[in-house]
Design a protein around this ligand. Structure first.
Ligand code: A3P
Length: 292
């Protein structure tokens, strides 16, 4: 593993851990290799649910919906235990039924899950909204991979040096599309926002949970952006894990929660440049997932 640190001609700073040709967040534990090895060999259970999401696509929204459905409560559960950042012994010790998360490319997920043990749920988001969301989050945290302008960030984001997806979003999505097991459910952020109740029902069905309409409607109301943001600030979900990199131990997750928010950050030239790259990558890699 090597620590890569790049300063470009505009003095933007970009840093990540590189292992085996892949880029990782500097927060991934240790030398990366050992953590990946523990994750791939991890013992999985048939009741396990993994929330496997590219960062800033709606991990917390999905996780808290799944937790409400699985526990039959309307409680806010905060940030999931993320495989790449936690000692795997902590995950081993979690009680069944376990719900945990990961931002890793699907090739790094547990071998037993690849073979069909447990369930995997993901959510994808308009890529321009996602980049803007990531950029603002990194700006609000200390020394997590990037310090600089949006323009400089955009240029790194589309490359295989993007540590958020252990490569570009396109490679992350390609891995997800190649997941070869019926234990995967894929939602879309925009559809979740526009048709929340239908997606809550879809999730309950996938999780094989038999809730009545009254409860599912309550879940719908309790996972709105405003409710989750409010709970994130009230409920004590602060974790030692995030203390070093945030002001109060809480990750700055909820910013605007809007579709089309990218228009307030991208300038026309950036948008046109980004569209061209997306078109090229999507055709080159035969990606089916919608980018916008
Ligand atoms: P913004 O930064 O655009 O506000 P993740 O949990 O993967 O880090 O994703 C965070 C993004 O999902 C944030 O986007 C956050 O506001 C958005 N989000 C979370 N809950 C949401 C909800 N109920 N409705 C819409 N967006 C939501």
């Amino acid at each position: 593993m090597e620590l890569v640190s790049i300063t470009d001609e505009d003095n933007n700073k970009y840093f990540y851990k590189r292992y085996d040709g892949y880029a990782f967040n500097t927060l991934v534990l240790g030398n990366v290799r050992d953590q990946l090895s523990k994750i791939s060999k991890m013992k999985c259970r048939s009741e396990d649910v993994l929330i496997g999401v590219f960062p800033k696509s709606g991990t917390h929204w999905l996780y808290n919906t799944v937790m409400m459905l699985r526990t039959g409560t309307l409680k806010y559960y905060g940030t999931p235990t993320l495989l790449q950042f936690q000692e795997i012994s902590t995950v081993d010790e979690m009680q069944t039924p376990r719900t945990f998360g990961s931002h890793l490319r699907f090739r790094f997920l547990p071998d037993e899950m690849k073979l069909g043990t447990g369930k995997v749920i993901t959510i994808t988001r308009n890529l321009k909204d996602l980049v803007v969301s990531v950029y603002h989050m990194l700006r609000n945290m200390e020394d997590i991979g990037y310090q600089g302008t949006f323009d400089g960030f955009l240029k790194r984001f589309v490359t295989e040096e993007c540590f958020l997806g252990n490569g570009s979003w396109f490679s992350w999505i390609k891995d997800m599309e190649e997941w070869n097991s019926p234990n995967l459910l894929c939602l879309s952020y925009e559809d979740f926002k526009n048709n929340t109740y239908e997606n809550v029902v879809k999730l309950a069905k996938f999780l094989e949970l038999d809730h009545n309409e009254d409860f599912l409607r309550k879940v719908e109301q309790n996972i709105s952006f405003d409710k989750l943001k409010e709970q994130h600030n009230i409920v004590n979900t602060a974790s030692d894990r995030w203390e070093e990199i945030t002001e109060d131990g809480r990750l700055p997750i909820y910013r605007k929660g809007q579709i089309g928010e990218w228009k307030n950050t991208f300038i026309v030239a950036q948008s046109e440049w980004f569209d061209k790259i997306c078109k090229y990558k999507i055709e080159e890699m035969s990606i089916k997932t919608k980018v916008n």
